[in-house]
Design a protein around this ligand. Structure first.
Ligand code: SAM
Length: 248
C-alpha cells in the first residue's frame, strides 16, 4: 500500500514508520510512505502557509494555494483517494479501516491551526475522517493513528494473519481477555480451560468472554449485532457465571 501524506510536519509523521508493525511493513516493502510539504510550494521566503481568517476571530487558517499544489502533486504521483483528517469528519471505526486497507493507495491531508480553507476542502478532499470527538492540534497524529490501524490489515505484516480478524470490533465484538506465562501471578491463575488442549472448549471460552466483555463494556455494539444461537447461549452462560460469582 502506498500512502502519501500532505503535512507541514512530515518529520512527525515519519516516526510512525520507525517502530513496530509499521516499521516491519516498510522494511518488507508492503507499505510505502511519501511526504509532501505545503511549505515547499510557497512563493515567499518565509514559506508561510497560514493567514488570518476572513471575518476576524482567533487563530489562523491554512491557505488554499500551497496546500492545493501539494495535494495535486501527491495525487498525481499516487492516484489514491484523498482523505482529510478532521474532527468534523466521519468517525473512524474498524469497518472504515478495513475498507480503506483494501485500497492500494491513499493520500492523507493533515491540517493545522484553525483548519483548512473550505474551498480547498471542497475541491480536493474526497472524504474527511475523525479519530474521535475531541480536537488535537494537527492532523499528523490522526494520520499516524490511521496508518497504524491500516497496517494491521496488510497481508504479511502481522505475525499471525488471524490476529486482525479477532481484534476488538472486527466481528462486532470486543476482544476476549488474554493471558501468558506465568501460570500464576500474585495468586491469580490463568483460566483452566486455556491450559487444556481442547480447541473447541478454548474457542467457546473465548467467544463467551468476548460476548461478555462486549455486554459489560459496550452494550451498544451488541445491539447492532445479530447473535447466532450459539452466541446467545454463550452470552447467557457468561451472565449466569457472573451472577454466580457476585453471589459467592
Ligand atoms: N477549528 C477546527 C474545528 O474545531 O473543527 C479544529 C482545527 S484543529 C486545531 C487542526 C487540525 O487538526 C485539523 O485541521 C485536523 O486536521 C486535525 N484534527 C484535530 N482534531 C482531529 C480529530 N479529532 N480527528 C482528525 N483530525 C483532527
Amino acid at each position: 500500500m502506498r500512502i502519501d501524506i500532505v503535512s507541514i510536519f512530515p518529520e512527525l509523521v515519519k516516526t510512525v514508520g520507525d517502530f513496530g508493525i509499521a516499521r516491519i511493513a516498510l522494511e518488507r516493502s508492503i507499505l510505502e510512505l511519501n511526504f509532501w510539504n505545503p511549505r515547499d510550494y510557497c512563493e515567499d521566503s518565509y514559506r508561510r502557509v497560514d493567514d488570518r481568517p476572513y471575518g476576524g476571530g482567533p487563530g489562523m487558517v491554512m491557505q488554499a494555494p500551497p496546500l492545493a499544489a501539494a495535494i495535486r502533486d501527491a495525487r498525481s504521483a499516487n492516484q489514491g483517494r484523498v482523505i482529510g483528517l478532521s474532527p468534523q469528519g466521519k468517525p473512524l471505526d474498524q469497518t472504515a479501516v478495513e475498507g480503506l486497507a483494501s485500497k492500494s493507495a491513499l493520500v492523507l491531508v493533515a491540517g493545522r491551526y484553525e483548519g483548512i480553507d473550505q474551498r480547498l476542502l471542497d475541491a480536493e478532499v474526497e472524504e474527511e475522517l475523525s479519530i474521535g470527538d475531541y480536537v488535537v492540534a494537527g492532523g499528523e497524529l490522526p494520520a499516524m493513528v490511521l496508518i497504524e490501524a491500516l497496517v494491521r490489515y496488510l497481508p504479511g505484516v502481522l505475525g499471525n494473519e488471524e490476529s486482525a480478524k479477532t481484534d476488538s470490533f472486527s466481528a462486532g465484538l470486543l476482544d476476549w481477555p488474554h493471558y501468558t506465562r506465568p501460570e500464576e501471578f500474585e495468586g491469580k491463575k490463568v483460566p483452566q480451560t486455556l491450559l487444556g488442549g481442547n480447541h473447541n472448549e478454548i474457542r467457546r471460552w473465548r467467544l463467551r468472554h468476548a460476548l461478555g466483555q462486549t455486554w459489560l463494556r459496550r452494550p451498544d455494539l451488541l445491539e447492532k449485532k445479530r447473535l447466532s444461537e450459539e452466541e446467545q447461549l454463550l452470552l447467557d452462560e457468561f451472565k449466569e457465571q457472573l451472577k454466580g460469582q457476585e453471589g459467592s
